[in-house]
Ligand binder design. Structure first.
Ligand code: MLT
Length: 345
């Protein structure tokens, strides 16, 4: 008969001890493994977040990115710091985020240049269609065709005639092949029959400095950074690429009114690397939504002639649908314009 002495721990056979040792070591590995995945264990975010702006400081993507980053920092309780990773029309910054860990601590602000790039670059280091997790759309607005103050044309019609007559004697700045400012030159060239000499910068921030300084003749820039310079009398605005005039520069006609229709509306979205943890996607998208509801941010947007997307269009699902549609749209437009892919830098 087996009696159980409750005062002593039960005697354990050698084989049972070996089995328990195995279980103990497996548990130890498991807990160690959990500690190695801080995002799961500590929740998101658990350290500062990097928001990559794929153009130089001072340009419109940088301005919008910093406004959004500052507000998201407050909502997320972690610093969202902006890092400018410029080059190759915004594809260098996109590649940086595409290859970042999918833990939500690296995100990208970008616009139609991200979607146009596959039609313009032969060897992108990422697959545009699958490399990113759309987090939500930010703002939308037109481009403004501008010139240095001492450029001869004074009106839109005079500028377009000048561009056609001058050909490659006219210099136009842009932020790299595939950037909004570059695509605007392509569309203008198609509408006017002009081929200006293109001068590439790492963003329209530095390009605008040269336009104000008179080192380059013209620039088609987002309203976000063009409007303040026009209002300050530093450059001349010829036309806006929206179908309606902008309240903030009311005397500037649309390209349609000027008889040379160039329709171009840009929008920024926020992206994470594909496969980013669902908890992080939700937290980031919610923080972006909060920023887009902020009165201060919307007042700044209005002063730039740009607006936040309506709430229903700011969801990741709506963003994904718009993203996919734009890739197809720009591939077709650029093919029709006879623009061939260049080798990515
Ligand atoms: C562009 O596409 O032209 C860029 O957004 C300009 C910039 O943000 O620097």
């Amino acid at each position: 008969m087996t009696t159980t002495d409750n005062t002593q721990p039960p005697r354990i056979s050698a084989s049972r001890r070996a089995g328990l040792a195995f279980v103990a070591s497996a548990l130890a590995v498991g807990f160690a493994g959990l500690a190695a995945t801080p995002v799961l264990a500590q929740g998101f975010p658990n350290r500062q977040i990097t928001l990559v702006v794929p153009f130089a400081a001072g340009g419109p993507s940088d301005v919008i990115g910093r406004l959004v980053a500052e507000h998201m920092s407050r909502t997320l309780g972690q610093q969202v710091i902006v890092e400018n990773v410029a080059g190759a029309g915004g594809t260098t910054g996109a590649a940086r985020v595409a290859s970042a860990p999918a833990d939500g601590h690296t995100v990208l602000i970008h616009h139609l240049a991200l979607k146009a790039a596959p039609a313009l670059y032969n060897n992108l280091r990422y697959d545009t269609a699958t490399a990113f997790e759309p987090l939500g759309m930010i703002n939308t607005g037109p481009m403004v065709i501008t010139g240095k103050l001492d450029l001869a044309p004074k009106t839109a019609a005079e500028f377009f005639a000048h561009a056609k007559a001058q050909g490659d004697k006219l210099t136009m700045a842009h932020a790299g092949v595939g950037s909004n400012s570059h695509l605007c030159i392509i569309l203008m060239g198609q509408a006017v029959g002009s081929k200006p000499t293109q001068v590439a910068y790492r963003g329209t921030g530095p390009a605008m400095n040269d336009l104000v300084g008179g080192q380059v003749d013209a620039l088609c820039d987002q309203s976000t950074t063009a409007v303040p310079q026009v209002q300050g009398g530093k450059i001349r605005a010829y036309a806006v690429t929206s179908t309606e005039r902008l309240d903030v520069i009311k005397d500037v006609p649309t390209t349609r009114e000027a008889g040379t229709p160039i329709d171009m509306t840009i929008w920024h979205g926020l992206y994470a690397p594909k496969g980013t943890l669902a908890e992080a996607v939700t937290r980031l998208s919610t923080a972006l939504q909060a920023a887009m509801k902020d009165d201060g941010i919307n007042a700044r947007f209005a002063s730039f002639g740009t607006t936040a997307f309506p709430e229903a269009q700011r969801t990741p699902a709506a963003h994904k649908a718009a993203f996919d549609a734009e890739i197809a749209k720009w591939a077709k437009a650029l093919k029709e314009a006879g623009v061939n892919p260049a080798a990515a830098n």
